[in-house]
Structures are given as structure tokens and as C-alpha cells.
Design a protein around this ligand. Structure first.
Ligand code: KG4
Ligand code: ZN
Length: 322
């Protein structure tokens, strides 16, 4: 039995995984507490993690009818994330590990977003399969090559993450934080009729989203001056344009990655932004054209959760045993 803890940002989460499957997963979102500030306040998030963790731990043990001596491993998000939030999770994990005298497994949060693809699925990890892994979240846009049990970073955003771009442009559009899901809803009713730039980077595997963010904010100001922001379809069309530009950027980088690494026959995606249905659909379509398999986690496991931490720890344990 693995007991997992996630506290990298504004979700406090715990999960339990047995050797066979995920047993339970609990997530407490602090979203409402942070919304008045338009982003996550690290001090507040840390304090809430400290309060929530023991409550969630007790709740999950009661819910699953398990007792602490039945836990064999303690695992937690070690990095990356907000330092004080990570510290809160790490102290809780270390305390449990000491009290129970059970091993402690620190986990990389971004790798876990990719391993969320294995939760409750029969996908047996084939260490011989070479895969591309794309993490698109609020804090990161990272592209990996998964090869022979190694996870190698081959590209990343040089500035803003894709979710950060959505959240910051969303704020200017008048949406609450985080804005990604709201932008997706508006985009459903619109047409991508506004042209926004596709930023280039010297290394075609890297990303850049701050130029797109600035251009989108400037475009909103320009449309306001032209009184277009009052028109009926403006919000929906603007959201559709932003979303479609982001998809184009992702596909452009993936196309280059598939040229650089033609042996990769699988694409794994993960992270909060991968819950976007338009992104899932269009990346899947691209994979079909390239004859690459496509995996994306169930939507509940795209945003931050501890089930993905438990899943990653489980894979690590298996790898070291074999
Ligand atoms: O992975 P995550 O929960 O936290 C981080 O590790 O950053 O990702 C949060 C990000 C936010 O930027 C949020 O706006 C975005 O995921 N997001 C979405 C959607 N749902 C959440 N972006 C686009 N479409 C969505 N449906
Ligand atoms: Zn995350």
C-alpha cells in the first residue's frame, strides 16, 4: 500500500494505491480562498496545506477502512512547485515515514502528470516503447522523451507556461483565476477569427508564451478602442482564437519533435491544460495522422492530484525491483 501526498500549489491532495489499483483519491481545492488575489498566494496556500493535510489523511484512512500499519510506502511531491507548499508536504511525509518506520519516496510532479495516464488503466508500461511526453500546466510547459525507463527533458517554455498565458489573458478578459476552463467554454461558441502570433524559438523544441500573452492583451486593448468588445460574439471569438493559436503552437513543436525522434511511437500528455477537450481532440487527430498512439489521463487526473504521485511511486518501486 502506498500513501501519497501532493501539495505543490493550491490543491491539497492525498491518495492510496495498492499493488493492483488506485484505492482512493481526495483533493481539496483552495481555489476560492485565492480567487480574490487573482492568483495563488504562497503563504496562504502553505497555511492551508498544513491545516488540510492531517484532516484529509484521517478522512481517507476512515473512508478506506485501512489502518496506518497497513501502509508500506509514503510518497510525496518533492519538486517542482511553490517552495513553502512543497515544504509543508515534505514535512508531513517525513513525519509519517518516521512514525510508521516506512520508506519515503520523493516524486517529480511533472513526471507524475505523465504517469497519470496509467491510473486505473491496464496500460502495461513497456520499457521498450519510446514516447514523447508533453506536460501542459499552469506552471510548466515541458516536453520529454521517455526512453528505456529514462525521462529526458528535450524542450520547455523559456518564459510563461501555457496555462499561465491562459490565466493572464483570461484575467484581462474579466474571468476569475484560473481561466483555462472558462476560456474553453467560451471558445465552444466562437470562431477563431482574430489573428494572434505564433512565437518562434531558436531551438524548435522549446516554447515561448509571453509574446502571445502580450499580443493577446494588446489586441484586446485595440478591440476595446474600436468598440468591438461590446459586440455579441467578441468574447467567444477571442477565446476560440487564443485557444486555437495555442493548439497550433503545441502541434508545431510536436511535429518538430516527431521529426527529431521518429522512434517515438507514443505521445503522453498531462497537466491541467490537457483537460481541454479541443486540445485533446486535435492532438489525438495529429497522432492518428502520424501513426503515433495517444494517451491522455481521465480529466479528473489532469489537474493536480495525489493519485498521480502514488502511480509514479508505484512504477518506481516496480522498476527498482525488476
Ligand atoms: O496541472 P495544474 O492543475 O496545476 C499546475 O501544476 O500548474 O494546471 C492548472 C492550469 C491552470 O492554468 C488552468 O487555467 C489550466 O490548468 N486549465 C485549463 C483547463 N482546466 C484547467 N486550461 C485549458 N482548458 C481547461 N479546461
Ligand atoms: Zn501540476
Amino acid at each position: 500500500m502506498i500513501f501519497a501526498i501532493e501539495t505543490s500549489c493550491d490543491e491539497t491532495a492525498v491518495a492510496i494505491r495498492s499493488e493492483q489499483r488506485l484505492i482512493a483519491s481526495l483533493v481539496t481545492s483552495q481555489l476560492r480562498k485565492h480567487q480574490p488575489f487573482g492568483g495563488v498566494l504562497p503563504e496562504l496556500a502553505t497555511r492551508l496545506h498544513v491545516v488540510n493535510l492531517p484532516l484529509l489523511a484521517e478522512k481517507i484512512m476512515a473512508q478506506t477502512n485501512l489502518s496506518w500499519p497497513m501502509i508500506d510506502y509514503i510518497t510525496y511531491t518533492a519538486h517542482p512547485g511553490l517552495p513553502s507548499c512543497l515544504h509543508a508536504g515534505s514535512v508531513f511525509a517525513q513525519t509519517l515515514s518516521l512514525i510508521l518506520n516506512k520508506p519515503l519516496l520523493p516524486i517529480n510532479h511533472l513526471h507524475a502528470h505523465l504517469f497519470a495516464n496509467y491510473i486505473n488503466r491496464d496500460n502495461q508500461y513497456q520499457s521498450t516503447t519510446v514516447a514523447l511526453g508533453l506536460v501542459i500546466s499552469g506552471g510548466h510547459t515541458h516536453l520529454y522523451l521517455l526512453i528505456a525507463r529514462k525521462i529526458i527533458l528535450i524542450g520547455h517554455s523559456l518564459d510563461d507556461a501555457v496555462g499561465e498565458c491562459l490565466d493572464k489573458v483570461g484575467r484581462v478578459l474579466g474571468f476569475d483565476y484560473p481561466a483555462g476552463a472558462t476560456i474553453e467554454q467560451w471558445a465552444l461558441k466562437g470562431q477563431p477569427k482574430y489573428r494572434l502570433p505564433i512565437p518562434q524559438t531558436t531551438n524548435g523544441l522549446n516554447f515561448s508564451f509571453s509574446g502571445l500573452k502580450t499580443a493577446a492583451i494588446q489586441k484586446i486593448a485595440q478591440l476595446k478602442q474600436q468598440d468591438i468588445t461590446h459586440t455579441r460574439h467578441y468574447l467567444a471569438d477571442f477565446c476560440a482564437s487564443l485557444q486555437q493559436t495555442i493548439i497550433k503552437i503545441l502541434l508545431q513543436r510536436l511535429t518538430y519533435a516527431s521529426l527529431c525522434f521518429p522512434i517515438a511511437k507514443l505521445l503522453l500528455i498531462g497537466g491541467g491544460v490537457s483537460s481541454n477537450m479541443a486540445i485533446r481532440r486535435q492532438l489525438h487527430h495529429w497522432c492518428k495522422q502520424k501513426k503515433i498512439s495517444f494517451w491522455v489521463p481521465d480529466r479528473e487526473f489532469c489537474t493536480d492530484n495525489a493519485a498521480m504521485i502514488a502511480e509514479t511511486a508505484y512504477r518506481q518501486i516496480i522498476f527498482t525491483q525488476n
